[in-house]
Write a protein that binds this ligand. Structure first.
Ligand code: DX5
Ligand code: ZN
Length: 208
């Protein structure tokens, strides 16, 4: 199992990024909120761009924004493995998939807990990752929604049915207990479980 670390709940982001960089974590998960798609707002890109000064890990960018096309070109400048935006965002999904790929960055689509899995079907041939939200997007530290287990299964079945090479990433409320409810996932994204602990590596290892 791969692990992606979210610093959304960090009290000291530079310090926590350096600590994460000293672990074997696979990716740094960058939560971006615009105050429109979700209520909260994260720091502007002018500040966010500095994260690469504290970590050499590849980034897994999660855009929780209404208009991904405004953010994709900026984040594409960073060391991204994936840029993921929501299927519920207001813009043309296919256009934004093409925009991410035009930078030779892998493209993900995030799906919120209340959105039907079948909405993903038209885009499956064009994407590299599905970010299954196991909490309502918008803030860290929430509890894992149990129904996610069924949703992961349903998505895994779809990927197999269409014989596609798509990675499943599960985001929200992940810890050493809920990880067992994510059978079928390839990546687990965890925030508070890691950054609120005194031993980052121990928590990361417990998720593998
Ligand atoms: C929620 C974010 C998650 C969140 C994960 O909207 O997308 O990435 O930071 O944090 P925890 O692990 O605390 O739920
Ligand atoms: Zn996230």
């Amino acid at each position: 199992m791969k692990v992606s670390g979210s610093f959304l709940s960090s009290k000291n982001i530079p310090q926590d990024l350096e600590k994460l960089n000293d672990t074997d974590i696979d990716y740094i998960h960058v939560d971006v909120m615009d105050g429109k798609f979700v209520k909260n707002k994260t720091m502007p890109f002018s500040e966010m761009r500095h994260i690469s000064e504290y970590t050499s890990k590849r980034l897994d960018v999660h855009l929780m924004v209404k208009e991904p096309s405004k953010y994709i070109p900026m984040y594409a400048e960073l060391n991204c493995e994936y840029i993921t935006f929501h299927i519920e965002s207001v813009e043309d999904i296919k256009k934004n998939i093409d925009m991410v790929k035009s930078y030779s960055i892998k493209c993900g689509i995030a799906i919120s807990p209340d959105t039907k899995i079948s909405t993903l079907i038209p885009y499956l041939p064009d994407i590299d990752l599905i970010l299954v939200m196991s909490v309502v997007p918008g803030k860290g530290g929430q509890s894992f929604i149990e129904e996610t287990t069924n949703r992961i299964n349903e998505i895994r079945d779809l990927i197999n049915e269409y014989n596609l090479d798509i990675v499943i990433n599960v985001d929200g409320g992940i810890n050493d207990d809920t990880k067992d409810k994510c059978f079928g996932a390839d990546i687990l994204t965890a925030g508070s479980y890691i950054v609120k602990s005194s031993n980052f590596q121990e928590k990361i290892s417990s998720l593998r």
